[in-house]
Design a protein around this ligand. Structure first.
Ligand code: ADP
Length: 494
């Protein structure tokens, strides 16, 4: 559907729900928002979705902490609005409210030096940080005179918000506001000392069971129980988290709800489009691919690999954590590099164990393997554009944005069939020629190696490879359709 049709459809739905004469109001509350402060895919969603909601006729705004990184990079564009004090149990805490315009979207920044003057997640005090943030969000909304129809909470950081709203704000102007909780990753649940959270957020005794897990306060559980709707970022992951294997202990609560749905993330084509991307050495499109070879040559040179355009190049851009299936890479990559003519480049940082192993891999395969330890936006663009294949052997993957970006750049994903990877990558069928990438299902290094070998075999079949690249680049995870799906979900709750 064209954007105009989508807009009209949203307007009709809103009118059906009694919202007319004004746009439906949405507040996205989250710990991160790209490009202001980002550690993972959550930030991409929060930074991108409101732009597209507003295009569809919503009034979507964002509230995030005023983190140190934001102050340092964007401070001169931030406007101070007002400040006030809130009670957190017996303590009194300062709340500064600031505003920043991000491509036409209003982003409110909650300021408190004690909580947000340092890292985005303070070791050992994350629970306190985000309990404070949740209270500050609710208290700021009155003072901003912005009463949302829906507050869109994201992950455990704002998981307590539905519980507070429904138990402490029911008689306030926010009493009619609905809440949606999006689970971007169920592995992070915000487990904190129970007594502290009860006291800090003044949770009444009768509500303690709503957040209790193994004697701890679980922010995400509170959201799963109390939000009007819960969704996640792909249909497969929505099913998986209702099972014992992937539910991380919240499968019971989620299955009981019976309404958990999945919406695959869109990618921001103003950032991730090989035809216009200013960060890559040469632009290219599905019909004019010459630029991709130049990107490959530059990437090989930049990362110290032997420049050989015929040699298939496999890339990864990832946080180095267990979720991303690095054990499988460790099991398979040496053998793959020894026995096949291919090269490997990885950009990532995280767990020291993986960083050290990757440095070792680089030294065992000079000119054939590069481990770039760190976080580097520019290099990530170069890898998406310059590689032939993109590896994502995740143990679990709620949605995954990287494989969508890779496909947009004609870099064929090699993925494990889990969560959003299963929903978005169609395995290559060598008999029909259909597919957009290569997949395997078991958590096993041999299976990963087998998928890579299938990809390498396809690489040498030039017509098949060209067709696969075309098909991958044609996959459209546009943000308009994505915004529309969220729009429908919000309105279904009113
Ligand atoms: P997750 O949110 O679990 O980390 P996703 O695939 O959903 O995984 O999103 C990861 C995002 O973060 C992608 O945009 C990816 O390019 C980016 N990213 C991850 N690690 C790095 C890094 N070291 N340098 C630059 N970008 C990175």
């Amino acid at each position: 559907m064209q954007i105009k049709q989508l807009r009209d459809s949203i307007a009709a739905l809103a009118a059906e729900k009694g919202v007319s004469g004004r746009p439906p109001r949405i507040l996205l509350a989250a710990a991160e928002c790209a490009p202001l402060a980002k550690t993972g895919g959550l930030a991409d969603v929060v930074g991108t979705l409101p732009k597209y909601l507003n295009k569809l006729g919503f009034d979507a705004r964002v509230m995030v902490p005023y983190h140190r990184v934001i102050k340092d990079k964007y401070g001169d564009r931030v406007e101070y609005l007002f400040s006030f004090y809130i009670s957190m149990g017996w303590r009194t805490r300062f709340v500064g409210v600031n505003k920043l315009d991000l491509d036409g979207v209003t982003v409110w920044l909650i300021e408190n030096e004690e909580y947000f003057g340092g890292p985005i997640y303070m070791p050992d005090r994350e629970g306190e940080q985000y309990a404070y943030f949740t209270r500050a969000v609710l208290e700021s909304l009155f003072r901003l005179d912005f009463i949302p129809d829906v507050i869109h909470c994201n992950d455990w950081h704002t998981g307590m918000l539905p519980l507070l709203l429904k138990t402490q704000y029911i008689d306030s102007p926010l009493g009619q506001t609905k809440t949606l909780l999006t689970i971007h990753n169920i592995a992070y649940q915000g487990l904190c000392k129970f007594d502290f959270v009860q006291d800090y957020l003044s949770i009444p005794d009768g509500c303690l069971g709503l957040m209790e897990r193994y004697g701890m306060a679980c922010f995400l559980k509170a959201g799963c129980v109390m939000a009007d709707r819960v969704n996640t970022v792909s249909p497969s992951y929505a099913r998986e988290i209702c099972t014992w294997e992937y539910g991380e202990g919240l499968d019971g609560v989620l299955s009981l709800r019976g309404d958990v749905c999945g919406i695959v993330n869109g990618i921001d084509k103003t950032v991730w489009r090989p035809g216009t991307d200013k960060r890559i050495p040469a632009n290219f499109t599905a019909s004019k691919m010459n630029g991709k070879a130049k990107c490959k040559a530059m990437l090989m040179e930049e990362t110290g690999l032997e420049v050989d355009l015929d040699r298939p190049l496999i890339g990864m851009v990832t946080r180095l954590v267990e979720q991303k299936g690095l054990e499988l890479v460790m099991a398979a990559m040496d053998e793959l590099l020894w026995n096949n003519d291919c090269a490997f480049v990885l950009l990532g940082n995280g767990n020291r164990k993986y960083e050290d192993w990757l440095r070792g891999l680089e030294s065992r395969h000079p000119g054939r393997a590069c481990a770039w330890i760190g976080y580097d936006d520019d290099l990530s663009h170069h890898i998406y554009a310059g590689c032939d294949f993109f590896l994502m052997p995740s143990r679990f993957e709620p949605c995954g944005i990287s494989q969508l970006i890779a496909m947009a750049y004609g870099t064929l994903p090699i993925v494990r069939e889990t969560g959003g990877l299963r929903d978005t990558v169609q395995p290559y069928n060598q008999y029909t020629g259909e597919g957009t990438g290569f997949t395997f299902s078991r958590m096993d290094g041999y299976d990963l190696a087998d998928a890579v070998r299938r990809a390498l075999a396809a690489y040498w079949d030039k017509p098949a490879m060209a067709r696969l690249i075309k098909q991958a680049m044609a996959v459209d995870y546009s943000c308009d359709a994505w915004g529309y799906e969220y729009g429908q979900l919000y309105l279904s709750m009113l």
